[in-house]
Design a protein around this ligand. Structure first.
Ligand code: FAD
Length: 435
């Protein structure tokens, strides 16, 4: 089979890939130099839309509406944009072998791609209950959500629902919370089940989670915490019928959606590249241990300058920024110049129902909630700070205005001193606005 050769290959066609392509174009990459190779059938898009407006019954988002870079207020890169820029968009092409020594990628169909510089942007894949051996986890109508074809399958199941359809969402992280809301908006009876004592435990404190659980309950979602799913029962067509919990409870379900986490897609490179914390280890320029190979987005384990450690971050803001940093660094190294080290301020967000939260910084140390965190509150504006070694290191806000969110980001960046948690709670947003 014919071999194709590119100066720069971006492996993966998700968020990082799209932002990297834009950065290449900005740097004046010549037609024919850049290729994106993606397993997906569509040009890079803003993945977070899949668990939000993609599933809404009204105001539904569909491609081409949410191709990158609209999620950060940038230009929408339609498939034609790639053609105009001479960037090869090689879609529906899964790479099954990567030989970093010979700079060769091989697709499932046997095509060979050569590169001078590679950006690994393979992202993550969902953890499946079948991986854990949960009995019945291969039943029909059990869905996962990472890529657009999976979102389409879920949309079809939602459309096929009858009156009184029941869904069980397994997992209480941001995917579980967003999917529960989306299913509820589609008028489906939803139970959200997770084993932890409260939802979003990796970020939320018990106080923050109490608001969301109360709010969801008021919206008709049956929130079941501290409960482990141990199996599924099916009907005669092999479709899921019941979800069995460890404590003996059984939940009826026509649709099950599982959001129990993700793992970075690094296996193509195993044994060829240095890894750390489950990801591909990079420096502050997203350069890996292998010359001319960069890794960005969910797969990269990189130095978190602010905190003096190394981390992997599975969030869209980092996917965008790491891709841009890598392309800057590639051009700088070619031109014998240098770029500043990546100095990332962690930023996560989520939206569901009429809620919208943002978080900046690090959620370590002691925390304090401020504002009105009653689930029944009409404003539902409240927040939290995390304080470590006498400094505010993390800040969270529900229903903040753009200015308030900006102030929050500044707090997390500046890390102002705060020794009195009670005072911080009383001051609330005023504290942030003074920084
Ligand atoms: P991805 O965007 O996942 O792209 C990886 C690409 O690589 C995919 O196109 C994949 O098909 C391709 N690929 C992988 N392996 C191969 C191969 N062998 N051959 C060819 N192609 C391959 N983050 C937030 O901060 N806020 C949110 O609200 C939010 N919502 C989300 C909702 C959903 C449903 C999901 C799944 C994620 C969400 N995220 C959110 C996380 C965010 O989308 C990811 O962190 C981001 O997409 C990571 O970008 P990436 O480029 O590293 O990976």
């Amino acid at each position: 089979m014919a071999e194709k050769s590119f100066k720069y290959v971006i492996l993966g066609g998700g968020v990082s890939a799209g932002y990297a392509a834009r950065a290449f174009a900005k740097h004046g990459a010549k037609p024919g130099e850049v290729a994106i190779i993606s397993k997906e059938a569509v040009a890079p898009y803003e993945r977070p839309a899949l668990s939000k407006a993609y599933l809404f019954p009204e105001g539904t988002a569909r491609l081409p509406g949410f191709h990158v870079c609209v999620g950060s207020g940038g230009e929408r890169l339609l498939p034609e944009w790639y053609t105009e820029k001479g960037i090869s968009l090689i879609l529906s092409t899964e790479i099954v072998k990567a030989d970093l020594a010979s700079k060769t990628l091989t697709s499932a169909a046997g095509e060979i791609f050569k590169y001078q510089t590679l950006i690994i942007a393979t992202g993550s894949t969902v953890l499946r209950l079948t991986d854990f051996g949960t009995p019945g986890a291969d039943a029909k109508n059990i869905f996962y959500l990472r890529e657009i074809d999976e979102a389409d399958a879920l949309v079809a199941a939602i459309k096929a629902k009858k009156n009184g359809s029941k869904a069980v969402v397994v997992g209480g992280g941001y995917i579980g919370l967003e999917l529960s809301a989306a299913l509820r908006l589609n008028n489906i009876d939803v139970s959200m089940v997770f084993p932890e004592p409260w939802c979003m435990p990796r970020l939320f404190t018990a106080g923050i989670a109490a608001f969301y659980e109360g709010y969801y309950t008021n919206k008709g979602v049956n929130v079941i915490n501290g409960a482990l799913v141990v199996g599924f029962e099916t009907n005669e067509n092999g479709e899921v019928k019941n979800v069995k919990l460890k404590d003996g409870r059984v939940l009826e379900a026509d649709i099950v959606v599982v959001g129990v986490g993700a793992k970075p897609l690094t296996q193509l490179f195993k044994g060829q590249i240095e890894e750390d914390k489950g990801g591909i280890k990079t420096d502050a320029f997203f350069k890996t241990s292998v010359p001319d190979v960069y890794a960005v987005g969910d797969v990269a384990t990189f130095p978190m300058k602010m905190y003096g450690d190394i981390r992997r971050v599975e969030h869209v803001d980092h996917a965008r920024k790491s891709a841009e940093q890598a392309v800057e660094a590639i051009y700088a190294s070619e031109e014998g110049k240098s770029v500043g080290e990546y100095d990332y301020l962690p930023f996560f967000y989520s939206r569901s129902f009429d809620l919208s939260w943002q978080f900046y910084g690090d959620n370590v140390g002691e925390s304090v909630v401020f504002g009105d965190s009653s689930p029944a509150s009409p404003s539902h504006k409240f927040g939290a700070y995390w304080v470590k070694d006498g400094k505010v290191v993390g800040a969270f806000l529900e229903s903040g205005s753009p200015e308030e969110n900006k102030a929050l980001a500044k707090v997390a960046k500046v890390q102002p001193p705060a020794d009195n948690l009670d005072k911080l709670a009383t001051e609330g947003l005023t504290f942030a606005s003074k920084i």
